[in-house]
Ligand binder design. Structure first.
Ligand SMILES: *C/C=C(C)/C=C/C=C(C)/C=C/C1=C(C)CCCC1(C)C
Length: 248
């Protein structure tokens, strides 16, 4: 069990709590706004809210597990012996990461066969990436961490490559008012997702307070990649609905 200073404990605990609140608020926002987009884009918005809903649930579990793992008395943090369950994060990613890619594909409203093909390939690669990362995350040994990082980078690079190249051709078929936003959404995926493999390596890079930095880094990345990205998906759905003559 990694020991934390009082400051580290507080900032990690508060970042979990903040992320939980953000994910809940985002879920309400997406679902309550379903009526403001055309019927064709509602599945994308439903999935967007599901992602933040699943994340809110897991952040609550993470918060509880973290709180149980430490005891804070008079500003001194001691380990209680109860384990901080890292698996919540990975189970969350396993569900939400493929859904996030599906969100992006759904909002583009491609043909059915294209949608199924892209969702299967990208969703499958995303699941593989998370599964390959887990053994390294729970390993104490830096060599093992690096090994699984390298394996997980293969599906990661495939996804980034597909987004840059594969979706580019589909973007040209989108209405002008939504093109810029779809490009921004793909960029947000690429940039925010790139945080994860960097944060993962903090312990290997010998960063100070690496344990706390990893948890805070993942929380910030999750807010951008789920709630922030979701707002973009919502805006794209609005623009495309308007371009198709939909009035809320
Ligand atoms: C909402 C959660 C999201 C968007 C999570 C994304 C996670 C990744 C892109 C994780 C990638 C990883 C690697 C590429 C290598 C090291 C292991 C991971 C799983 C952290």
């Amino acid at each position: 069990m990694d020991l934390l200073t009082f400051g580290e404990f507080s900032i990690v605990y508060n970042s979990f709590s903040f992320t939980f609140a953000t994910m809940m608020a985002a879920t309400l926002f997406f679902w309550l706004n379903l009526g403001s987009v055309a019927a064709a884009y509602r599945p994308a918005l439903v999935v967007t809210g599901l992602v933040t809903f699943i994340a809110a649930y897991h952040y609550l579990q993470i918060l509880i597990s973290f709180g149980n793992a430490y005891d804070v008395t008079n500003g001194v943090v001691t380990a209680t012996g109860k384990e901080f369950n890292v698996a919540y994060r990975y189970v969350d990613w396993l569900l939400t990461v493929p859904l996030l890619l599906i969100e992006l594909i759904l909002v583009m409203k491609l043909t059915q066969s294209e949608t199924v093909k892209k969702a299967t390939l990208l969703g499958g690669a995303a699941a593989l990436m998370i599964i390959l990362g887990y053994p390294g995350e729970i390993a104490g040994d830096m060599g093992t961490r690096q090994f699984w990082w390298a394996l997980s980078m293969i599906p990661f690079l495939y996804i980034v490559f597909s987004l840059v190249v594969g979706l580019k051709s589909s973007i040209t078929e989108q209405p002008d008012s939504a093109k810029g936003l779809i490009k921004i959404a793909s960029l947000v995926v690429i940039i925010s997702w790139s945080f994860y493999p960097i944060v993962y390596l903090f312990p290997n890079l010998g960063i100070e307070s690496a344990y706390a930095a990893v948890e805070i880094g993942y929380s910030v990345a999750d807010i951008i990649a789920k709630a922030g990205f979701g707002v973009l998906i919502y805006m794209i759905a609005r623009r495309k609905s308007e371009a198709e003559g939909f009035k809320a």
